[in-house]
Ligand binder design. Structure first.
Ligand code: NI
Length: 226
């Protein structure tokens, strides 16, 4: 399932972030990928341990973990500190799949990448190209969102970032390990949750709505792992 989360950051928050990022020193994006990624990746990133990346990343995670749609769709267990990248002058990231396991810096812990997020920090009219293209069984989906919006998609998908032929595309990106590893089960829980909430809004907390809520939690109990 792919989910578009609108206005995770408001325009003022984006502007403040962009101001800070404009003064940052960027380095070669190949620092954070394995050999397959390095062959097709051409962009710039903030170094993983850059204080600015950590500061902005923490702010993004705070917003994310308060967002009902993200919580319901991702059922997050843990998320890596967000990274930041920039594409300009024809830079791109060819077709690849993200590594399954990532170390959490400074903790000795690792995380399974179930869900990938891209948070757009440039407005679509600031650059040409730069679409995030995600493949699934229904074909290729091209994503280019307003600044402050986020796309959540399964990390199991092949994906690429098309060349940026004008302007600059700045994004934040990161991975989440979900409590529910299986994408289909996670999507079913998300849909069920949405229907229950809609029903509750229509008819209130009837015995049937409570029963369905119980059913949701029992499924989550069956399918989640901590
Ligand atoms: Ni990727």
């Amino acid at each position: 399932m792919m989910l578009h989360i609108e206005a995770l950051l408001d325009k003022n928050e984006v502007a403040r972030m962009r101001q800070l990022l404009a003064e940052a020193s960027w380095s070669d994006g190949r620092a954070t990928v394995g050999p397959q990624g390095a062959r097709v990746k051409q962009n710039r990133q903030l170094p993983v341990d850059s204080p600015l990346a950590l500061q902005l990343g923490e702010f993004i995670l705070q917003k994310l973990y308060q967002h009902p749609q993200f919580l319901a769709a991702a059922l997050p267990h843990r998320t890596v500190p967000p990274l930041f990248n920039s594409y300009a002058g024809g830079e791109h990231y060819g077709l690849h799949v993200d590594g399954a396991i990532r170390r959490l810096p400074g903790s000795g812990l690792s995380l399974r990448t179930d869900l990938s997020s891209t948070l757009f920090l440039s407005e679509p009219d600031e650059y040409d190209g730069g679409e995030l293209q995600v493949m699934d069984t229904y074909g290729a989906h091209e994503v280019k969102l307003p600044a402050g919006d986020l796309i959540l998609y399964p990390s199991t998908s092949l994906h690429q970032v098309l060349p940026v032929t004008r302007g600059e595309r700045i994004c934040s990106f990161f991975w989440t390990q979900s409590l529910v590893k299986n994408d289909i089960q996670r999507s079913m829980l998300f849909e069920l949750d949405g229907h229950i909430q809609a029903l509750r809004a229509q008819i209130g907390d009837t015995a049937e709505v409570l029963g369905l809520t119980g059913h949701y939690h029992n499924l989550l109990r069956q399918w989640s792992e901590l």
